[in-house]
Design a protein around this ligand. Structure first.
Ligand SMILES: N#Cc1cccc(-c2csc(Nc3cc(F)ccc3O)n2)c1
Length: 336
């Protein structure tokens, strides 16, 4: 069985990924497709052998599940030849969105998780990315309840750095939340990952509607009003989500969930922004950051760049990163 896995460039991966769109047709049933093995590896640390890169043959999962990404589970993996370890998300072809790769393939930024390649093996697509020993911010919150204000501001600032870069490259992330922010081993660095809900917006100003086509909405509690109302969307949807994430970091629970039952989308459309969920102990400049990011009208909402500036100022106002917090548990805040 001949494989077709090469060491290549991001643009090779982007164009191959477009052919992986799960078409759900019977063609998948034929034997050839089941065993086909094609892909592009972007680093020498992952080595295809005779144009093949197969699970258990050339690479293998090690230890348990790292987490769950959009449309697939994430494992720690090891290349059998080089011993190199990284993270790998396995997605079924019919759930695969080419945007997961086309939007981040050419992106290199300190706050965006580096892509190491992707391989299709039969009915599975495996996406390889840098291993982040600190796990996700969502996992950290589960362990420690909620974060001190300075830590939350610092992670928000790093997330906004990634968004500022992505938006400047016409990429909308589409699912900004603590589960998609990964941490370095010492938890000082945060990177944005998981482009399973991403979209490339056309810079020619044609306003995009995310509720048409194959777009799959992100996490309901973090959806911007314009999405749930089916209105035109732009990069501002990520800014709204980043401030929903900020409320999650400060409170230990997602916004809206303490006041309303599902489905939340009607409330998000009708109710005022969840500013009452900002902890009363927050510094006024932190309140201002969240208020600017939770403007219901996208044109009034701060951009990622503007909000990052406000966030950095607020972090200075609260005295900078000083909480000696080492992750001890804090019970999620009860409703005041
Ligand atoms: N390393 C790591 C690690 C630990 C915990 C969660 C996650 C995580 C959450 S979403 C996520 N997405 C993702 C992970 C990949 F390896 C490849 C593509 C992805 O979209 N990964 C990664």
């Amino acid at each position: 069985l001949k494989g077709n896995v090469i060491l290549g460039e991001p643009r090779n991966l982007a164009c191959l990924a477009k052919t992986w769109k799960g078409d759900g047709s019977s063609s998948k049933a034929c034997l050839q497709e089941i065993n086909e093995n094609e892909g592009v590896l972007l680093t020498e640390k992952l080595k295809a052998v005779d144009y093949e890169y197969r699970e258990e043959v050339h690479w293998t999962k090690c230890q348990g599940l790292l987490g769950t990404g959009s449309f697939g589970e994430v494992y720690k993996m090891e290349d059998k030849q080089t011993g190199f370890q990284c993270a790998a998300k396995k997605v079924q072809v019919e759930h695969f969105r080419a945007e997961e790769l086309t939007t981040c393939a050419g992106v290199t930024h300190a706050k965006v998780l580096p892509l190491y390649g992707a391989v299709k093996e039969g009915l599975w697509v495996t996406i390889f990315m840098k291993l982040m020993e600190g796990g996700s911010l969502g996992q950290l919150l589960k362990q420690c309840g909620y974060l001190p204000e300075d830590r939350a501001l610092d992670y928000l600032s790093q997330t906004l750095e990634a968004l500022e870069y992505l938006h400047a490259h016409n990429v909308l992330h589409g699912d900004v939340k603590a589960d998609n922010v990964l941490l370095s081993g010492d938890r000082s660095h945060a990177v944005l990952c998981d482009f399973g809900h991403a979209a490339q917006l056309h810079p020619d100003g044609i306003r995009n509607c995310l509720t048409t086509g194959d777009y799959v909405p992100g996490t309901e509690t973090h959806l911007a009003p314009e999405i749930v109302m089916g209105k035109h969307c732009d990069f501002k949807v990520d800014v709204w989500s980043s401030c929903c994430m900020m409320l999650h970091l400060l409170n230990g629970y997602h916004p809206w969930t303490q006041y309303y039952n599902h489905p939340l989308c009607l409330k998000i459309a009708k109710e005022p922004p969840p500013l009452r969920e900002i902890p009363p102990s927050c510094h006024p400049s932190t309140v201002q950051v969240i208020t600017s990011g939770l403007e219901k009208e996208p044109t009034k909402r701060a951009s990622a760049a503007e909000l990052r500036m406000k966030t950095c100022k607020a972090l200075k106002q609260v005295g900078g990163l000083k909480s000696s917090w080492s992750g001890e548990y804090r019970e999620p805040r009860c409703l005041q």
